[in-house]
Design a protein around this ligand. Structure first.
Ligand code: FAD
Length: 550
């Protein structure tokens, strides 16, 4: 017999209100003055500053975000100067994402924005500024269309078809890539980010008086008497220091902190784990002769901090890609350098990269497969797919073709020594330099699970369990590389940098990877190409605000 009980309402528990120096200062008002990287350089003596140059909008950093801001200044009739420390166009990658485009509509592809936002927040560890997320979701398509229109009839935006199609981790359609149309010769770069940056540069320089000054490294910002950020001091190509004034605003677009180990220690310790830095371009490292370093040394983050800007709370998101050694990873058996299986091979790129990096000697791992692999891959492509399983340039609707070049690429890796091939598993283990007995036991156990049809050890989908029984056997070497760290300054939705009291610092904007708030703790590869369209969207928001401020 059941008994109905009436529950007395529970009072909220009593809690002490605690306010100390420490929690008053955290988390939004962190002080990093004790960190070596936070030391402000001494100002350059006035006698050493060769001259002062003036523009309306001073943009520091000429990657995709900075060039987009420059191009938008042209549209809105603002005069600008872009200061860039590198000698040429800085761009990488191919993909750019948006929620809607003419090609998506033509192909009948759409995105449920509300679900997309929920998935984004979920993956980013609930640390997303939802105002920024919705600014991005609602404006990225217009930004990508604007960019496409800059190329007129010479370019086209194609919809990428190589998304992951498994059940557990949703990747959204909406990743695109820009190409110059066949037979057209307006641009030097044919495809991807290099093309997009060239288009933006062209538009930027169309504005009267607009300039891009390369080999010009900004050192620190200056405020005017009214407390407004109004200038920076930079070291120029000719070796002279100059002051560059932005009468309307200063925009920081200097990229991320991924090549600054001290800043990584503070904000993203996981970024120190991978042994490869995938940022491009890389230049000789002044601190370590014989080594190279990316341009993403957190210069803008520090400049903003020195004038009172606040960082989002660490730990910051990073993007790790499986780019070291090979660009294919697949879903077959993964084996670490100890010869052991270590994960469900059917997860997403970030998960694979981070699991690999966390292994002992985690700079690389192997995917092990046998003679049947190409057929097994083709038979399963419609339930797997995604980056590092399919070619990076795959069009929406493309069907599996024996001619897709993946098998030829693997044979090239064999010739290059980043994929081993052997007639016995013992020989393969010897080439891989893993303990033979452990490796044989790993493969035997995996084959046992395949025969059983159930992955009792790591829960991989049964459809993806394929045996390793027929020679030749392969071990494809792959490893994680750090691309970018996606954390930075707190901003409002006009991209104005916020101070310790969450007030905008007059005159100062942060865009691209200098801006924080969108990614929380993990880079959401549910949508490849979001970083590029975020850069465009933030650039447009900042310049729109500057134009509106008058
Ligand atoms: C290998 C690789 C592939 C990628 N592929 C994709 C992709 O397909 N899709 C995607 O969306 N994202 C991709 N990304 C990420 C994307 O490239 C970046 O997140 C994006 O370019 C950030 O743009 P940004 O302008 O903020 O920074 P950056 O592109 O890093 O540009 C910053 C610029 O500021 C300059 N700078 C820095 N300090 C100073 C200073 N003190 N003075 C003057 N100039 C300075 C730098 O030289 C640089 O040119 C990829 C990243 C990597 C590494």
């Amino acid at each position: 017999m059941s008994e109905t009980r009436t529950q007395a309402p529970q009072p909220a528990p009593e809690m002490d209100y605690i306010e100390t120096e420490e929690n008053r200062a955290a988390p939004l008002r962190g002080s990093y003055d004790d960190c070596a990287w936070a030391k402000r350089p001494d100002p350059i003596p006035e006698t050493q500053i060769a001259e002062t140059q003036e523009t309306e909008v001073l943009i520091i950093g000429g990657g995709i975000a900075g060039l987009a801001a420059g191009a938008r200044c042209t549209d809105l009739g603002l005069r600008c100067a872009v200061l860039e420390k590198h000698h040429g166009i800085v761009a990488r990658g191919a993909h750019i994402a948006c929620t809607d485009s003419p090609v998506m509509r033509r192909l009948g592809v759409s995105i449920d924005k509300k679900q997309f936002a929920r998935d984004w927040m979920h993956i980013c560890g609930s640390r997303v500024n939802e105002e920024l997320l919705w600014l991005y979701i609602n404006n990225c398509s217009e930004a990508v269309q604007w960019l496409t229109d800059l190329g007129g009839d010479d370019v086209e935006l194609r919809l990428f078809g190589g998304r992951y199609k498994g059940p557990d981790f949703t990747e959204y359609d909406g990743t695109h890539y820009m190409v110059e149309k066949p037979g057209h010769t307006r641009y030097k770069n044919r495809l991807g980010a290099s093309l997009m940056c060239e288009m933006l540069q062209e538009r930027c320089l169309e504005g009267e008086g607009n300039r891009i000054l390369r080999k010009t490294k900004a050192l620190y910002l200056e405020k005017d008497a009214a407390g407004r950020v109004a200038a920076c001091v930079a070291e120029c190509e000719d070796g002279h220091y100059r002051r560059f004034r932005g009468t309307r605003a200063v925009i920081l677009a200097t990229g991320d902190i991924g090549s600054n180990p001290d800043m990584l220690k503070t904000f993203c310790p996981l970024g120190l784990v991978p042994k490869r830095n995938g940022y491009a371009p890389q230049v000789p490292d002044p601190e370590r002769p014989g080594h190279k370093i990316g341009l993403n040394t957190g210069d803008g983050h520090r400049m903003a901090y020195w004038v009172g800007g606040q960082f989002e709370t660490p730990s910051w998101a990073l993007s790790l890609h499986l780019l070291a050694y090979s660009i294919y990873v697949f879903f077959f058996l993964f084996v670490n350098r100890q010869g052991k299986r270590f994960m469900n091979e059917d997860t997403w790129v970030q998960a694979k990269a981070i699991r690999c990096a966390m292994q002992p000697q985690g700079d690389f791992a192997y995917t092990v497969f046998d003679r049947k692999w190409f057929q097994e891959l083709g038979e399963r492509i419609d339930i797997t797919g995604g980056q590092f399983t399919e070619p990076l340039v795959t069009d929406y609707g493309d069907k599996w073709s024996e001619d897709n070049g993946i098998d030829r690429q693997i044979e090239r890796y064999v010739a290059r020594g980043t994929c081993f091939k052997a007639d016995t598993l013992e020989e393969l283990a010897a080439q891989m330099e893993v303990p033979i007995e452990t490796f044989l036991a790993t493969v035997a156990r995996y084959n046992e699970l395949c025969a059983l049809g159930e992955d009792l050890d790591f829960g991989k989908r049964s459809e993806l369990l394929t045996s390793i029984t027929e020679p030749p056997f392969y071990a494809l070497k792959w490893g994680p590389a750090l691309l970018n760290v996606h954390g930075g300054m707190l901003t409002d939705t006009a991209m104005r940098v916020l101070d310790a009291e969450s007030r905008p610092i007059p005159g100062l904007y942060a865009i691209g990877n200098v801006a924080g708030g969108l990614y929380g703790v993990d880079y959401p590869l549910l949508w490849n190409g979001n970083s590029h369209s975020r850069a465009l969207t933030w650039a447009r928001a900042a310049v729109a605000d500057i134009a509106e401020q008058g």
